[in-house]
Design a binder for this molecule. Structure first.
Ligand SMILES: Nc1nc2c(c(=O)[nH]1)N[C@H]1C(S)=C(S)[C@@H](COP(=O)(O)OP(=O)(O)OC[C@H]3O[C@@H](n4cnc5c(=O)[nH]c(N)nc54)[C@H](O)[C@@H]3O)O[C@H]1N2
Ligand SMILES: Nc1nc2c(c(=O)[nH]1)N[C@H]1C(S)=C(S)[C@@H](COP(=O)(O)OP(=O)(O)OC[C@H]3O[C@@H](n4cnc5c(=O)[nH]c(N)nc54)[C@H](O)[C@@H]3O)O[C@H]1N2
Ligand code: SF4
Ligand SMILES: [Mo]
Length: 899
């Protein structure tokens, strides 16, 4: 290995900042910015990137970055900040003991950062109160894996999805959330048309659109469906008796529970709200196909029976022996870029480093000896939701949050914010200065961001890849491992935290994984413990284990039946289906489901900077079935108020037959930095899975009602503005201006005074022109500064405003001619103005209207034809499911509209 393979004069190979697919990227720093390309040699993506990965270059500017430490709002030097953190932690430990201190960390830290944070808390502070946002994400998979396999192992690899003859995607919208993996699946299907895909999801997602069978089951009923499958497989002779007898236990009870809870296809169909024929098709495809991969994500994990859902899936693979062989196996799709690395270092409150168990005295002794740690906690610490409850109750006095934004992402999020306000000391390490969580911090520590930080991450298929820096550290920002080590040293743990670079930490982590090999464990990368700095720098992507037996890594585990339970056998678990924690009732009749959109990442701190990514789904919305919309008096495009027993929010109504009646969907992304009253987690109930502690993000009873807006509008401005009287307000980044979608409850009395109050800064050279139709309730105004459009406002009593694309297109111009000024005042686009409609292809900015017109007028019938004409779908491919559904919807009208 030479470092030449990883770096050339200007290009650096690294790994994407976002999802668990873990795509390889080549970043090239150029005069105009950073060029981002997929790395053709990386085995996760072979050169592909999705819309988010491709837009990474747009998120690298320093705007909004936290560039110096801050102590109670004042910038300070590192010395003062580190001393304040160390003394603050020590003071609380002295007065209240180590259990009063907590760390809340993230699957977006690098493995090296995570290792050090965990070592400090568990080994040296001596408490297990370190938990991570992976609790909100993968904890049910971890618990399910441990129940079944005795350890937390993903048995397969991405190639299995390509090689499978049947791929089941359960509770996973992979077309949007693991797009490159989904593209690999799509490409494989083009070569092997016999491959089938089944999607299990209450919504007809972009993923479901491409499936051979979509099971839109009633939310929360997955365990019945999989129990029914287990019973069906037994009854129809798909049991692999040899595998079962030699390598499994617990199957008699599991089969009995399945028979009792899901005795027949009609019973399953009834319980899950599905058609019998569809259930039968799924069961028979699974029965008759040897090569099956069942991949699952948050529709499975994020549930009060998430662990049971996981084991119900694993049961079916164990019963049939379809695990750990090419083209088959259960596959937990991890969310964050380093969710897996965090599990490897033991970042969860109930884990120890190197996949060892906190409760096992041998494991504890092993780690304590290796670390030469003064103490180790004997039992698990508090899991994320409990941790914030303990803050609210005053049992935890201080918390250090790193790389996560819990005021937005925890359930019952208003209470989570309140819990932080009750703490004596809140420390937040983040790259961004202003988030809903940094607003609650006493001490802010500036962390390096993607492109600046350096270390390793592990993707969904256990593949360890290097993330490499290609930008210099800005301001005073430092790597997370550096910050934690510096605090640890100030707390007196000098020798144990004497780290100078990530390579040194990685070597220690690798050595721990092989320490005392007689203690059997799956996670073993001891062969990497001797890498020198140059070899670490040049490390090529590898799948663990990487040890003496598997020096080049290993793609699959468990095909040989070697499991990690005390008996060495896998466990089938008897699953008793349970309903979600809170059922809908008369007051809260609808089920709120939450999740992701294609082009935003979580709380938008990075994707929110990209105009290209903002174009796809620009405002917080609630998707609802048209029949429900009628019953609840909701109009498409109007604003609705959503309430649950825990909180409320405002969102734009989108009627869609893709929703299951009775369920609504709201994306998780928007927060106080981008919109008013738009944090959906304020509504989400805090119930958790009793085993994994994972919250039920996909199931909260709510009600939705029309929000009585007196007016609607939008503002476009060259700079950020603060708009009064608009209880509903969403800020959207466009390439050369900001757009605000607004609405208010109180009629505006004096329109010009209102508009000028936030748009007109004192400037003699600026002119304000406006138009008011009081009777019709319409108002339009524009501000011209030195001949250019500076800002404009459009208001109406109804949600009937024109699309903002045409006024937006005026911002780039040096001079706005009178004709265009008039068209703005008249609210009428000139005849030749562009109106592409909502953006579908983010890479090339191709809108729905343009696409529909091309499909109808030019008779385009497939994605390739669209690509050839309009380029849409030809770069990252993330929009292909949407292109297909536009073709399906509009090609039929072809004959009528061609003339
Ligand atoms: N674009 C984008 N991609 C991302 C992320 C992002 O923020 N944006 N985040 C990453 C992270 S951290 C994660 S964890 C992953 C998540 O990836 P996914 O899990 O694929 O995404 P979600 O949208 O959270 O939820 C998946 C689906 O579960 C369905 N669902 C809801 N209730 C049920 C149910 O009872 N049963 C079943 N079977 N399905 C149900 C929802 O309708 C939804 O379509 O995405 C990763 N990738
Ligand atoms: N309603 C609902 N809520 C959910 C979910 C859902 O499906 N529905 N999903 C849950 C899941 S699966 C997840 S993973 C969570 C995600 O939720 P969060 O982790 O809260 O979301 P992010 O926006 O990714 O937050 C990452 C923060 O870390 C900062 N950051 C980025 N890189 C670094 C770094 O290197 N160092 C430091 N110190 N900071 C950094 C970012 O600026 C940002 O503030 O949300 C959960 N919440
Ligand atoms: S699929 Fe997209 S977001 Fe995920 S790692 Fe690849 S490029 Fe990044
Ligand atoms: Mo996640």
């Amino acid at each position: 290995m030479t470092s030449g393979s990883a770096r050339s004069a200007t290009s650096v190979k690294t790994t994407c900042a976002y999802c668990g697919v873990g795509c390889g990227i080549i970043a090239t720093v150029e005069a105009q910015g950073v060029r981002i390309q997929g790395d053709p040699a990386h085995p996760a993506n072979f050169g592909r990137l999705c819309s988010k990965g491709a837009a990474l270059g747009e998120t690298l500017d320093l705007e909004g970055r936290l560039l110096a430490p801050r102590l109670y709002g004042q910038e300070c030097d590192w010395d003062s900040a580190l001393a304040a953190v160390a003394e603050g932690l020590q003071d609380v430990i002295r007065r209240h003991g180590p259990e009063a201190v907590a760390f809340y960390v993230s699957g977006q830290l690098l493995t090296e950062d995570y290792y050090v944070a965990n070592k400090l808390m568990k080994g040296f502070i001596g408490s297990a109160n370190i938990d991570t946002n992976s609790r909100l994400c993968m904890a049910s998979s971890v618990a399910g894996h441990k129940r079944a396999f005795g350890t937390d192992t993903v048995p397969g690899c991405y190639e299995d999805l390509e090689e499978a003859e049947l791929v089941v995607l359960a509770g996973a919208n992979s077309a949007w959330c693991h797009p490159v993996l989904f593209q690999r699946l799509r490409a494989a299907r083009e070569h092997r048309p016999a491959q089938r895909v089944v999607v299990i999801d209450p919504r007809r997602t972009a993923t479901a659109e491409e499936a051979d069978l979509h099971l839109a089951l009633a939310p929360g009923t997955d365990t019945v469906l999989w129990n029914g499958l287990l019973h069906h497989l037994r009854r129809h002779g798909a049991v692999d008796f040899a595998f079962l007898e030699r390598h499994c236990q617990g199957y008699a009870d599991a089969l009995e529970a399945a028979r009792r809870s899901a005795p027949s296809i009609p019973a399953v169909a009834r319980a899950c709200g599905l058609a019998e024929a569809d259930v039968a098709t799924f069961y028979n495809w699974f029965l008759s196909t040897e090569k099956v991969v069942s991949a699952y994500s948050q529709g499975v994990n994020q549930s009060t029976c998430g662990t049971d859902k996981v084991n119900a899936i694993l049961n079916c693979h164990l019963l049939t022996g379809r695990i750990g062989r090419p083209g088959m196996g259960p596959f937990s799709l991890t969310g964050q870029p380093n969710a897996m690395g965090g599990r490897e270092v033991g970042g969860l409150a109930n884990q120890l480093a190197a996949h060892l168990d906190l409760e096992d005295p041998t494991h504890r002794e092993l780690v304590q000896t290796f670390w030469q740690a003064p103490t180790l906690p004997r039992g698990p610490g508090l899991k994320a939701v409990e941790m914030f409850e303990a803050m609210a109750a005053g049992r935890i006095k201080t918390v250090w949050i790193m790389g996560t934004n819990p005021v937005v992402s925890l359930p019952d999020a208003d209470r989570a914010r309140e819990a932080l306000r009750r703490c004596e000391l809140v420390v937040v390490s983040d790259c961004m200065a202003e988030t809903d969580t940094t607003a609650c911090a006493h001490i802010l520590l500036p962390a390096l961001a993607w492109g600046e930080k350096d270390g390793t991450v592990t993707n969904s298929e256990r593949r360890i890849s290097r993330q490499r820096a290609f930008l210099p550290p800005p301001g005073e920002a430092r790597p997370d491992w550096w910050i934690v080590s510096a605090v640890a040293r100030r707390m007196g743990f000098t020798a144990a935290f004497d780290y100078h670079n990530p390579a040194q930490i990685f070597r220690e982590h690798a050595a721990l994984s092989g320490f005392r090999p007689e203690v059997r464990r799956d996670f073993d990368i001891s062969a990497l413990a001797g890498l020198d700095d140059a070899a670490y720098d040049a490390l090529q992507p590898l799948q663990w284990p990487v040890n003496e037996r598997h020096p080049g890594g290993r793609a699959r585990l468990f095909g040989d039946g070697a499991f990690y339970t005390p008996q060495g056998k896998a466990r089938l678990v008897a699953i008793e289906p349970r309903p979600p924690a809170h059922a809908p009732d008369r007051e809260y009749p609808l089920v709120l489901n939450t999740g992701r959109v294609r082009d935003q990442w979580h709380t938008m701190t990075r994707t929110g900077k990209s105009p290209r990514l903002a174009a796809h789904l620009p405002v917080p919305y609630v998707e609802i079935h048209p029949v429900d919309a009628i019953s609840f008096r909701l109009q498409d495009g109007a604003i609705a108020r959503l309430r649950s027993r825990w909180g409320e929010m405002l969102a734009r109504v989108r009627c869609s037959e893709k929703q299951r009646p009775g369920s609504i969907f709201v994306p998780m992304h928007w927060n106080d930095q981008f919109a008013r009253h738009a944090r959906v987690d304020a509504l989400v109930n805090p119930a958790t899975d009793p085993l994994s502690g994972e919250p039920e993000f996909k199931h909260t009873p709510v009600r939705v009602e029309p929000w009585p807006a007196a007016w609607y509008g939008f503002v476009l401005a060259a700079r950020e503005v603060d708009i009064p009287q608009a209880e509903y307000c969403v800020r959207i980044r466009a390439s050369d201006h900001f757009r605000y979608e607004i609405a208010g409850l109180q009629p505006i009395e004096d329109h010009p005074a209102w508009a000028r109050s936030f748009l007109c800064t004192p400037d003699a050279a600026a002119e304000w022109t406006d138009y008011l139709d009081r009777a019709g309730g319409r108002y339009r105004g524009l501000r011209i500064q030195r001949g250019r459009l500076d800002s404009c406002v459009f208001l109406s009593q109804r949600p009937d405003l024109p699309a903002p694309d045409w006024p937006g297109s005026f911002f780039g111009r040096d001079h706005l001619p009178a004709r265009d000024r008039l068209s703005l005042l008249a609210g009428q686009p000139p005849r030749d103005a562009p109106d592409a409609g909502p953006i579908v292809c983010a890479c090339f900015g191709v809108g729905e209207k343009t696409l529909v017109e091309a499909i109808q007028r030019q008779g385009l019938r497939d994605v390739a034809a669209i690509g050839a004409r309009l380029k849409a779908g030809t770069n990252c491919g993330s929009c292909i499911p949407e292109l297909k559904s536009l073709i399906a919807k509009n090609a039929a009208l072809d004959g009528h509209s061609r003339d």
